[in-house]
Design a protein around this ligand. Structure first.
Ligand code: ADP
Ligand code: MG
Length: 711
């Protein structure tokens, strides 16, 4: 553990536990290194002989870092990572010694017993085998922790027949799709030099930090990651400067350790304090290739949790750990960039590039408008239901924020068919008479939009804090690939007929006109927007259960199959898994509530009423004429609430049992959402009132105030 006052050089430790390009270049024979580079940059298959050499060097390097085991590190559909550790040790030789070995085959392919991971029926139990395949575009790393050091190899996870059982496989497929279509589009604009277009992602991660000892006294936090009971602290979200100062010291030491750990793993963390909610913070890495960013985000979440323990803290990644206090999300910053450094979302410096930019932009408008349901679904998880569609932002309605400048350009295009002036400052010329000259306006800031253009990237702000960012990026990559592909179909034909310029203009105007309804630059948190969005016909999907069906609509199947990202069977399986996940998680919450109310809260309240009654009769008998009406009133009030609690508990028990006995699927998920959750709310209400009445010393768990303000 890093202590205050110990210093180290960031550049020295950065990536020290990563088998990165520099390490490969240094350790691999030149030919092998070149083959690896080709495999990584061009997606070529790796032959076994080369893999053997890479595996050997990787093992030697890992052993130098103290590694005894290796694991194929993968991301099944549980939202977290999974791994199965194997040691490098071979069978003992005749002299009783062992060798440490690691073959190319072991590097490339693994066969974890996969039957316990969700497959949604894709993998029948008699065919439980799944396999993991090395994703050599995300570097291997050594993780050091209490279990020792382990060589972790990022992999994709598939069924024996090749169906994706994980987050990574479709992500890699979607990256290929957007690459192919974007290159096609670039060629139309005369770019013959860029070879590859890559989706880049920079996810900003929000989280809460609480004291671990207090955390351990909250069974709800332990079992479900969020508080199932808890009255709002009298202070609400206002900060207490005194406590805030104290938080800073302890959190600063924690963040310092988190950074160091992440830097060693090659994750370029830059930590910052977030002041929206007490005890809430944010960590953002510098953006990376989408699949690496997804892996790194998993490492960030793991590291945040692991390091917290060392500081006597607990990291809460749940989207809504505390009712009434701001929740946590993830801002998924997304852009597409060529291998020679051109960001397709950058308005650019030449007129030519600006036309291309407007086409890219309007293609994205179209993609987001047509597939708003899929984007919304990609941000759906059980915890995020407390943010999206609740009284908190971002709203569940997908809309795009463009900013004043771009909006003006679009408005001109739509209303007059051409745009001839620009709102501000030094212009960038488009060189096309009918297209506007403009400049990018990076000063625009809108924090309430779920999908905001921020200068040279889009920021998708709906994603939940504990969810994988794979799915949102799968959807983004694929829907944009589709829009590009459709634009290219039109433009390639026009180009052959020597009518490219006019065709581009028409297409930009057409997309802007047809999909302008998805653009909204106002306050996304307001009730007026909900009304306005309804008028515009935009979907407002307020729960995960209602978001799930978007995954396998005819439109979705057509989209994903066309670009080879998901088969229908894969989509159907994901739908099944999501309903199951929803029902399971709510069931766990319900059972935790039943347990806490029955074993902790009701006994504590009874103790309190007993103490009240004892004092009441003692006071009454000692001084007969004393006024005991206050004690009486309190006793009555507490007893009434106790009886409400008892009734609500019985009702919740009843419906939870009903839910658990239902067949898995949509009907069960709907039952959990509509019936079980209401019963949970009905139990929480009297308990939260009781918390305000019962002697604090007798209340069986730390309060919101204790958790949030006294870290
Ligand atoms: P904000 O104002 O939203 O905090 P930042 O500049 O701090 O914006 O960036 C937030 C995240 O966006 C960071 O992870 C950053 O690396 C990432 N980011 C910046 N530029 C890009 C880009 N072109 N593509 C993808 N992500 C980017
Ligand atoms: Mg941001």
């Amino acid at each position: 553990m890093e202590r205050a006052g110990e210093y180290y050089s960031v550049s020295e430790i950065f990536g020290e536990n990563v088998f990165n390009d520099a390490v490969m270049q240094e350790r691999l024979p030149k030919k092998v290194y070149q083959k690896m580079k080709q495999t990584i940059s061009e997606g070529r298959e790796l032959d076994l002989a080369t893999a053997d050499v890479v595996a050997h060097e990787m093992k030697e390097w890992a052993i130098e870092k103290g590694a005894t085991h290796y694991t194929h590190w993968f991301q099944p559909l549980t939202g977290v990572t999974a791994e199965k550790h194997d040691s490098f040790i071979t069978a003992p030789m005749e002299n009783g010694k062992v060798l440490m070995s690691f073959s190319g085959k072991e590097l490339i392919k693994g066969e974890p017993d996969a039957s316990s991971f969700p497959s949604g029926g894709l993998r029948a139990t008699f065919e439980a085998r799944g396999y993991t395949a090395w994703d050599c575009t995300s570097p291997a790393f050594v993780r050091q922790d209490a279990a020792g050091a382990t060589l972790c190899i990022p992999t994709a996870f598939c069924s024996y027949t090749g169906e994706a059982l994980d987050q990574k496989t479709p992500l890699l497929r979607s990256m290929e799709a957007v690459d192919k279509q974007a290159v096609r589009l670039l060629r139309l604009f005369g770019n013959n030099t860029s070879k590859k277009v890559t989706a880049s992602v920079g996810p900003e991660q929000e989280y809460f930090i609480v004291d671990r000892e207090k955390y351990l006294k909250r069974k709800d936090l332990i079992f479900t990651g969020r508080t199932l009971f808890g009255a709002m602290p009298p202070k609400g979200q206002e900060m207490d400067d005194h406590y805030f100062g104290a938080i800073r010291e302890r959190i600063a030491a924690y963040m310092r350790d988190v950074n160091k750990e992440l830097w060693k793993l090659g994750v370029s963390a830059k930590t910052q304090h977030n002041e929206v909610a007490p005890a809430q913070h944010e960590l953002a890495p510098i953006y990376a290739t989408a699949n690496v960013a997804v892996d790194h985000n998993q490492l960030i979440m793991e590291t945040l949790k692991k390091i917290a323990g060392r500081h006597g803290l607990q990291c809460l990644l749940h989207e809504k750990p505390f009712a009434g206090v701001n929740g946590s999300g993830k801002h998924n910053n997304w852009s597409i960039t060529t291998d020679d450094g051109i960001n397709l979302l950058d308005p650019g410096v030449t007129p030519h590039e600006n036309v291309q930019f407007l086409l890219v932009l309007t293609c994205i408008l179209k993609a987001v408008d047509i597939h708003a349901d899929l984007l919304r679904e990609s941000a759906a998880d059980v915890g995020n239901d407390h943010r999206l569609g609740a009284n908190e932002a971002p709203p569940a309605i997908i809309s795009i924020y463009l900013g004043e400048q771009l909006q003006d350009v679009l408005t001109q295009l739509i209303s007059t068919g051409s745009a001839t002036h620009s709102l501000s400052g030094s212009k960038l010329e488009t060189g096309v008479k009918t297209l506007p000259d403009f400049m990018k306006d990076a000063t625009d800031r809108n924090r309430t939009s779920p999908f905001a253009f921020t200068g040279n990237k889009f920021e998708f702000r709906m994603v939940g804090s504990q969810d994988s960012i794979a799915q949102p990026n799968v959807v983004l990559n694929t829907i944009v690939a589709e829009a590009f592909s459709q634009a290219c179909d039109v433009l390639e034909k026009a180009k052959a007929e020597d009518n490219f310029e006019m065709a581009v203009h028409n297409l930009i105007k057409e997309y802007a006109t047809e999909h302008q309804r998805v653009v909204f630059n106002g306050n996304g948190y307001s009730d007026e927007w909900v009304e306005e969005a309804k008028r515009r016909g935009l979907p407002n999907i307020t729960s995960m259960v209602d978001a799930i069906p978007a995954l396998n609509t005819e439109k979705s199947v057509k989209l994903f199959e066309k670009f080879g990202v998901f088969t229908k069977a894969e989509l159907d399986s994901r739908v099944e898994i999501e309903y199951e996940t929803y029902a399971k998680e709510i069931n766990i919450e319900a059972r935790a509530m039943i347990d806490i109310a029955g074993k902790q809260i009701i006994p504590a309240v009874i103790k309190y009423t007993t103490a009240l009654a004892t004092s009441l009769s003692a006071v009454a008998s000692a001084c007969g004429e004393a006024d005991v009406s206050v004690q009486k009133e309190l006793l009555m009030e507490v007893s009434d609430l106790l009886s409400d609690t008892k009734k609500a508990l019985a009702a919740l028990q009843d419906v939870a049992e009903q839910g658990a006995s239902m067949e898995e699927g949509r009907a069960q998920a709907v039952f959990y959402r509509d019936t079980v959750k209401s019963a949970m709310d009905a139990l929480r209400a009297p308990v939260d009132k009781l918390e305000m009445l019962v002697d604090k010393d007798m209340w069986p768990m730390p309060s919101y105030g204790d958790l949030i303000f006294e870290v």
